[in-house]
Ligand binder design. Structure first.
Ligand code: SF4
Length: 333
């Protein structure tokens, strides 16, 4: 039996700042099967985008991956040369960002940006690349695709730019797509259209996707599994249906209380008290302890492990510690 397409093991990424070491990602482990959509969920600054950039080996100084392994179909990406990684990025792994304007080159037409990607990755060139570009735009639901090839990014609407970016991302038939807040900043209708497009691409092409988002509505609708991140660590991981029906970690419960429940006007919306910890000065023990309504004395002493709680579910919280768990926890477990 084939293993997972993507396997991240005990990943650590740090940034050296003038204030000290910023521990952005601490012991993150994640696996994504072929054709699966896994959401990395959390507030801004929780480490989800740094995790994605680490998978792509796009962390730049003063940042550094300080530990862990990242496997794509069994190949260790952290052991690859920079030239090999350039081939993998945009080829086997593609990335879609929140702001297409920061990714698309403003000085080149849509046509040249798509055909260049196809040429660089050895997929097609010349007239064949151009006709592939038209097909891709049509597949992304862009009307008058031939005419749009001549457009520059600033001549397109926000939704259209996002579709072009997705067209470029899937142009070389990647195995894995990393979509970082792909709909943030778009209006609700466009959000739904872009997410529907990503879901249909996944369906048609069997594309595995890591969906990075703070939006639990998007998670509920489109992801199959979710890993909730808080202050650089995964605190709960499980199938999305379980996460929505019965969140176990106090932080996940808090996140869900922050969003209106469909058809449940009786459930009040309440924000999580307190602020996210400073990643340079992290609290001892559980990182959520300063904000946790259920915190106990031991929560401030050692970081809880990710405890298995049945099936495919894990929770980093002493409330869910099995009776036979070891007495102490290693940081990053
Ligand atoms: Fe709250 Fe303690 Fe659980 Fe952390 S370990 S989430 S502080 S109960």
């Amino acid at each position: 039996m084939k293993g997972p397409l993507l396997q991240v093991q005990d990943l650590h990424t740090r940034f050296e700042t003038y204030r000290g070491t910023l521990r952005a990602v601490e012991g993150v482990s994640l696996r994504v099967a072929r054709g699966e959509i896994v959401a990395l969920v959390g507030e801004s600054g929780c480490g989800k985008s740094v995790t994605a950039l680490s998978i792509m080996r796009l962390i730049r100084a003063p940042g550094k991956i300080t530990g862990g392994r990242v496997f794509l179909d069994g190949e260790d990406l952290l052991a690859k040369s920079e030239a090999e990684m350039r081939d993998i990025r945009g080829g086997r792994i593609a990335m879609v960002f929140q702001d297409p304007l920061s990714t698309l080159n403003p000085t080149f037409t849509v046509e040249s940006q798509i055909t260049e990607t196809l040429r660089v990755h050895g997929v097609a060139s010349g007239a064949e690349a151009r006709s592939r570009a038209v097909e891709l735009l049509e597949a992304m639901g862009i009307p008058a695709a031939k005419d749009r090839l001549r457009s520059y990014p600033h001549e397109l609407s926000g939704g259209m730019r996002q579709r072009v970016m997705i067209a470029i991302a899937v142009s070389c038939q990647p195995e894995l797509l990393i979509a970082d807040e792909p709909t943030t900043g778009l209006d609700v209708t466009l959000q739904a259209q872009i997410m529907d497009l990503l879901a249909s691409i996944k369906q048609e092409r069997g594309l595995a996707t890591v969906l990075i988002t703070h939006d639990l509505g998007v998670v509920a609708q489109f992801a199959e599994r979710a890993a909730v991140m808080y202050a650089g660590q995964i605190v709960e991981e499980c199938p999305v249906s379980q996460l929505m029906a019965e969140p176990l970690h106090p932080y996940t419960r808090g996140l869900l209380r922050c969003v209106p429940r469909l058809g449940r006007p009786d459930v009040p919306i309440s924000p999580i008290d307190g602020v996210v910890p400073d990643l340079v000065n992290l609290p001892d023990g559980c990182r959520f302890a300063p904000r946790c309504p259920a915190a106990m004395e031991r929560c401030g002493q050692a970081i809880p492990r990710l405890y298995p709680v049945g099936g495919e579910r894990t929770v980093r919280c002493y409330l869910h510690e099995p009776p036979d768990a070891p007495a102490t926890a290693r940081e990053g477990d």
